[in-house]
Design a protein around this ligand. Structure first.
Ligand code: F6P
Length: 475
C-alpha cells in the first residue's frame, strides 16, 4: 500500500489575487524557501499541499473552479471567510501566539473569541485533510497557526504518520505558561510523532513546558505518552543555496549590479531587508544607524543604508503603528544628515522581485540583520549564498536562530546600540581577506544543509520514529 504525503500549512504555496476592476482571480506562486523546499514532495504524483489561498472573499460559485484548477497542481484550498481571517489569523495567530512566542508579552492579547475561532479553523483544516488522507498516510503540518491540528488528526487517523514543524521560536516556560490555553496547545501538538524546531534551545523550551504543564516524562528528545513515544528535535531550516548562487552569477544580476555601482559610486552599501514586523528590530537598527553617523561623521556621504521593508499583516494594529514609526524615523534621519547629492537611507516599502533582491545582495557591502527575536531568519543565509565574489560582511543578531549556525558573522545583541555601531564600523573597514574567510566558512555550511536536505532529514526522521514505535509494538 502506498503512502501519500500531505503537506499542511496556513498558506498554500500560491496566493490568490483579485483584480480590483475586473474582479478576475489570479494565483501567484510564493517565492518563499519553504515552497521551494517542499516542492520535491507535494509535486510528486498523488501527494498534496493543503492550505488557505490567502484571501477571504471567494464567491460560492467560483469555489468549484478554484478547487479544480488547484487540484491539477497538487494543491487543495481551505477557504476562510472574513470572520475566520479576522479572529483566527489576525486574532489568535497574530495577536496572541506570534507576539507571545517572540517574547512580546506587552503586545499579547488573550481573547476567548479568537481562541474559539482558532479551534474551529484548526478543525476546518482537519476536516479538509480527512477528505483526502488515507489511514496510513504521512501528514506534515507546519507552524503556529495549526498547533491543534496534530491531535485532531491523530484522533481520526490513529495510524497516520504525523510530523509537525514550528517555524517561529518556542518560548521559555515562564513565557509560555502565561497563555490561558497552554495545556490545550501542548496537547494539540503532542498528536504528532515528530516535532521539529529550528534550534536546540526551542526544543529545550518545549520539553520544559511538556514536563511542567502537561506532566509527561521526557528525556533525550523522547516524550513518553501512555501508548506512544514522540520524538522532538532541532532541524535548522536551510535555503535553496544553488538558486541564490546561480542568480548571483547571472547576466541579469551583473547588469543590475553594474547600474548600482554607478548609482552608489564611492559609497558603501549597508542592506537591511525584513517583513514589516516589530520582532525584526527595524526601529533599533535605525537608531543605531543614526548613532553611527553621529559618532563617525567621516562616513557622511560615504555609506548608504538600503532599507527594504516588505508589507505584512497590515490589518493588525501593531503593524500599522510600526509602519508609521518607521516612516517618521527614516524622515528624521534623512532630514538630519542628507546633502544635496546624498541621502543616508534609501527606503522601500514594497516587495522586490527575485532578480532585484539578488542584485541587492550581490552589491551590498554589509547586511545588517538585527531581529529582536527570530525563529531562523533566512535573509541572512540568502545574503551569504549570493556572495559569489566572497566580498561582504554579515552583521547578525544573536537572537536569530541562524546565529547558531553562522558563528562567523559579526554577532551582536540587537538591544545594544553601541555594539551595533561598532559592528558597523568593523564591517565597513574589514580587510577583504577576512571577509573572504568568514564567508567561505558560512557558505560551506549553508551549501551542505540546504532546504532540500532539511526536507529529507525531517522526513527520514519522521519515518524512523514510526519504525521505533513499531519495534516497541506501540502506536
Ligand atoms: O515565519 C513565520 C511565518 O508565518 C511564515 O510561515 C510566513 O512566511 C511569514 O511568517 C509571513 O506570515 P504571514 O503568512 O502572516 O504573511
Amino acid at each position: 500500500m502506498s503512502q501519500k504525503k500531505i503537506i499542511v500549512s496556513n498558506r498554500l504555496p500560491v496566493t490568490a489575487n483579485r483584480d480590483e476592476e475586473s474582479g478576475a482571480l489570479e494565483f501567484k506562486p510564493s517565492a518563499g524557501g519553504l515552497a521551494t523546499g517542499l516542492s520535491s514532495i507535494f509535486k510528486e504524483k498523488g501527494n498534496l499541499w493543503i492550505g488557505w489561498p490567502g484571501i477571504p472573499d471567494f464567491k460560492e460559485d467560483e469555489k468549484p473552479g478554484v478547487i479544480k484548477s488547484l487540484r491539477g497542481e497538487n494543491m487543495a484550498p481551505v477557504f476562510l471567510n472574513k470572520k475566520e481571517v479576522l479572529l483566527y489569523y489576525e486574532g489568535f495567530s497574530n495577536r496572541t501566539l506570534w507576539p507571545l512566542f517572540h517574547y512580546f508579552t506587552e503586545f499579547t492579547q488573550y481573547t476567548p473569541e479568537d481562541w474559539d475561532m482558532y479551534v474551529a479553523v484548526n478543525q476546518k483544516f482537519c476536516d479538509a485533510i480527512l477528505e483526502y488522507a488515507g489511514p496510513d498516510d504521512i501528514i506534515w503540518v507546519h507552524d503556529y497557526q495549526l498547533l491543534l491540528l496534530p491531535s485532531m488528526l491523530r484522533e481520526k487517523l490513529p495510524n497516520a504518520t504525523i510530523g509537525f514543524f514550528q517555524h517561529i521560536p518556542f518560548p521559555s516556560y515562564e513565557i509560555f505558561r502565561l497563555l490561558p490555553w497552554r495545556s490545550e496547545i501542548l496537547e494539540g501538538m503532542l498528536g504528532a510523532d515528530l516535532l521539529g524546531f529550528h534550534t536546540y534551545d526551542d526544543t529545550r523550551h518545549f520539553m520544559s513546558s511538556v514536563s511542567r504543564i502537561a506532566g509527561y516524562p521526557n528525556s533525550m528528545g523522547t516524550i513518553k505518552m501512555a501508548n506512544r513515544i514522540i520524538s522532538v528535535d532541532a532541524f535548522p531550516m536551510g535555503i535553496d543555496y544553488d538558486k541564490f548562487e546561480k542568480a548571483a552569477r547571472s547576466k541579469e544580476t551583473y547588469e543590475k549590479v553594474d547600474k548600482y555601482k554607478s548609482l552608489f559610486a564611492n559609497q558603501q552599501v549597508v542592506l537591511s531587508i525584513d517583513r514589516l514586523d516589530y520582532t525584526k528590530g527595524i526601529k533599533r537598527r535605525l537608531y543605531a544607524f543614526d548613532k553611527f553617523l553621529e559618532m563617525y561623521p567621516e562616513y557622511i556621504g560615504k555609506v548608504v543604508l538600503v532599507l527594504l521593508v516588505v508589507p505584512s499583516r497590515d490589518k493588525v494594529d501593531q503593524y500599522q503603528q510600526l509602519k508609521e514609526e518607521i516612516d517618521t524615523l527614516v524622515g528624521k534621519i534623512d532630514g538630519k544628515y542628507s546633502t544635496i547629492d546624498w541621502t543616508p537611507i534609501q527606503y522601500f516599502y514594497r516587495s522586490f522581485s527575485f532578480d532585484g533582491l539578488s542584485a541587492l545582495y550581490s552589491k551590498a557591502d554589509v547586511a545588517l540583520i538585527t531581529p529582536l527575536r527570530d525563529g531562523m531568519n533566512l535573509v541572512c543565509k540568502e545574503y551569504v549564498a549570493s556572495k559569489v565574489t566572497q566580498k561582504g560582511v554579515l552583521i547578525l543578531s544573536e537572537m536569530a536562530g541562524a546565529a547558531k549556525e553562522l558563528s562567523e558573522a559579526i554577532l551582536i545583541n540587537p538591544n545594544d546600540e553601541a555594539e551595533i555601531v561598532e559592528a558597523l564600523k568593523q564591517a565597513l573597514e574589514m580587510p577583504e581577506i577576512e571577509q573572504r574567510n568568514r564567508l567561505l566558512e558560512m557558505q560551506e555550511k549553508l551549501k551542505r544543509y540546504s532546504v532540500h536536505r532539511w526536507v529529507e532529514v525531517f522526513v527520514e526522521e519522521l519515518l524512523n520514529v514510526k519504525d521505533r514505535q513499531a519495534k516497541m509494538n506501540i502506536k
